[in-house]
Design a protein around this ligand. Structure first.
Ligand code: AMP
Ligand code: FES
Ligand code: ZN
Length: 317
């Protein structure tokens, strides 16, 4: 196959675009997709300050590099989750990447804040990944709000978005369906959220990271069961293979023709929000769910520690 642009030998084949690109022209294809996403979805402008959430994985680092190359005012945010044998590696990849590309970086440590993720796993009897995701989103928004940023950008790609939309559709989860999309406008207490890689598949961002020589953190989280969207992603891989372009059609079709119906539905049932009495983040009750989880872990940990001290004293007696 020949490169669509320069006619040299292509090294990346993209059946959904009926095209292939060589290693020099591929990044240009990537750039065009990100530019189109930002422009059509009104994500941000060159006057905006953007906080880019960096996990250390291929997607978020590719996004950060691309936005910097496009001249945007970007600052990285890494959340150090405090997970042994995992978080250190991710953080060091992010720090080295930002150093190498002369990028501003803010690191937020869950342990210093008082709630490393291993404590959530130990003391809360709910799936750790969903609470961890909630914590991360909470801090992305809080740090962006307190720092006066105009938008928070994450590295979610087309596969992430399609898998989430598919899962929400299977459950007809109207609240989530009304919220799904590459741009979530700012609202009272919420900074605008954007996903500039939503037009690009996981394969496409992986190729960009590889061709740009980005050193990524690729180890999966040790707490991940591999469950969440993996099955759906596999199903969509099969559909896309049989009919290239399906993923984007499904997602784009929902955005163009489906989403509005769910947004109208939710407007009628949506709860009123107030600032959390502990952290100031928007919540429909007095104390937000993140602050309640933090307080509950603190109580359970104190109980556990005093029980083990009692047992130790009994053993000594
Ligand atoms: P994931 O849900 O792990 O696939 O991550 C989706 C996006 O969330 C990534 O592309 C990042 O933009 C962001 N993200 C995930 N984990 C972190 C983290 N520990 N610190 C900062 N951003 C993160
Ligand atoms: Fe949050 Fe694994 S990344 S539990
Ligand atoms: Zn709170």
């Amino acid at each position: 196959m020949k490169c669509q642009r320069c006619k040299k030998l292509a090294c990346v084949a993209l059946p959904s675009h009926h095209a292939g690109f060589c290693k020099d022209c591929y990044p240009l294809f990537f750039t065009r997709q990100v530019e189109t996403a930002i422009r059509r979805e009104k994500m941000f402008t060159h006057d905006d300050r953007i906080l880019v959430a960096l996990s250390g994985g291929k997607d978020s680092l590719a996004l950060m590099l691309e936005l910097k190359l496009q001249g945007y005012d970007v600052t990285g945010l890494h959340i150090d989750l405090g997970i042994p044998n995992s978080s250190e590696g991710a953080r060091s990849k992010v720090e080295k990447f930002c150093d190498a590309h002369d990028l501003k970086l803010d690191v937020f440590e869950m342990e210093k804040w008082g709630l490393p993720i291993p404590d959530v796993k130990q003391y809360i009897d709910r799936p750790v990944c969903s609470i961890c995701g909630k914590m991360k989103r909470h801090h992305f928004n809080r740090i962006a709000r307190e720092g006066g940023y105009d938008a928070v950008a994450t590295g979610h790609n087309l596969d992430d978005e399609v898998a989430r939309l598919f899962a929400n559709t299977l459950r007809w989860d109207t609240a989530y369906l009304s919220d799904q999309g590459p741009t979530l406008p700012a609202a009272e207490g919420f900074v605008r959220k954007v996903k500039p890689l939503f037009r690009l598949s996981e394969f496409e961002t992986a190729n960009y990271s590889f061709l740009k020589g980005i050193d990524i953190h690729s180890a999966p989280c040790p707490y991940s069961t591999g469950a969440s969207f993996t099955n759906h992603k596999e199903l969509w891989g099969e559909l896309e293979f049989r009919s290239p372009g399906q993923k984007f059609q499904f997602y784009n079709g929902f955005m163009q023709r489906g989403k509005a119906a769910f947004a109208n539905l939710e407007k009628e049932t949506g709860a009123t929000l107030h600032p959390c009495d502990t952290c100031g983040s928007p919540t429909s009750v007095g104390t937000c769910s993140v602050c309640r989880i933090k307080a509950s872990v603190a109580v359970k940990k104190a109980e556990w520690l005093s029980e083990s001290e009692y047992e130790a004293a009994r053993a000594r007696a």
